[in-house]
Design a protein around this ligand. Sequence first.
Ligand SMILES: Nc1ncnc2c1ncn2[C@@H]1O[C@H](COP(=O)(O)OP(=O)(O)OP(=O)(O)O)[C@@H](O)[C@H]1O
Ligand SMILES: [Mg+2]
Length: 234
Amino acid sequence: MSESLLEVEGLAGGYGASQVLFGVSFSVPARGTVAVLGRNGAGKTTLLRTLLGFLTPTAGTVRLRGRDVTGASPAAMVRDGVGYMPQERVVFPTLTVEENLRLGAAARPKGERASIDEAYALFPKLADRRRQRAGTMSGGERKMVGLARALLGRPELLVLDEPTEGVWHGVVDEILDALRAYADRAAILIVEQHLDLALELADTALVLQRGEIVMSGRPAQLRDDQRFLAYLTP
Ligand SMILES: Nc1ncnc2c1ncn2[C@@H]1O[C@H](COP(=O)(O)OP(=O)(O)OP(=O)(O)O)[C@@H](O)[C@H]1O
Ligand SMILES: [Mg+2]
C-alpha cells in the first residue's frame, strides 16, 4: 500500500498541439498541504485541470489511493472525494450565496452533509450576504464563497487554484486559519501566488517552470536555496 493519497507520474498535456506540461511527477500525502508555485503561465492551472480530468493527459498517470484514475471525469473525481476550487468562475453567479453553499454541501451523500452554518462560522461576513446573488459580489468575496463551498464538500483532497487572489488581506488570515485546520485531517493541493503565504501553509512546495517541476522540498529548505527565488522572480 502506498502512503500517498494522490500520485502523479510523468504527466504531460496541454491544449491540442500546444504542450504545456512535460512529465510532471509528485505526490500528495493523506494529510497536510502541498503548494504548487511558479510564475504566470508556468502551467499551474493546467496541471490541476489535467489531474482532475478537465483536460486529457497525453502521457502519464494519476492515482488516487493507489487506484489509476487517469482520464477519469471531474464528476467522478468529486465522487471519489476530491474537491476543487477553480481560479476563475468560482461561483454560480445567478445563485445566491446560500444556494452556492448548499451545492457544496450536496457533494456528500445525504446523512453525511455538513451544515452550511459551518461556512458562516468560518466566514461570518458571508452570513450577512446569504441572499445576495453570488454574481453581484466582488472578486474577493466570490473567492470566499468558492472556498467555503469547497470546504463544505469535506473532500479528502481539496484542490485550490489561487484562493486568496484579490482577497482583502484582513480575510486572508481567516482563510489561512481555515486551511490550516482543514489540513490537519485532509490533504490540500494549493496553487498560491503569495509566496510567504504558500510557504507558511505548505508542508511541501513544488516549483513549476515551463511545465516542469524544477524544485521541490520543505519550505525551509527551499528558502535557503538561492535558485528558489530566482525561479520565482520575473
Ligand atoms: N484554454 C487554453 N488554450 C490554449 N492555451 C492555454 C489555455 N489555457 C492556458 N493556456 C496556455 O498554457 C500555458 C499555461 O497556462 P496556465 O493557465 O496553466 O498557467 P498558470 O501557471 O496557471 O498561470 P497564472 O499564474 O497566470 O494563473 C500558458 O502559456 C497559457 O497561455
Ligand atoms: Mg493559473
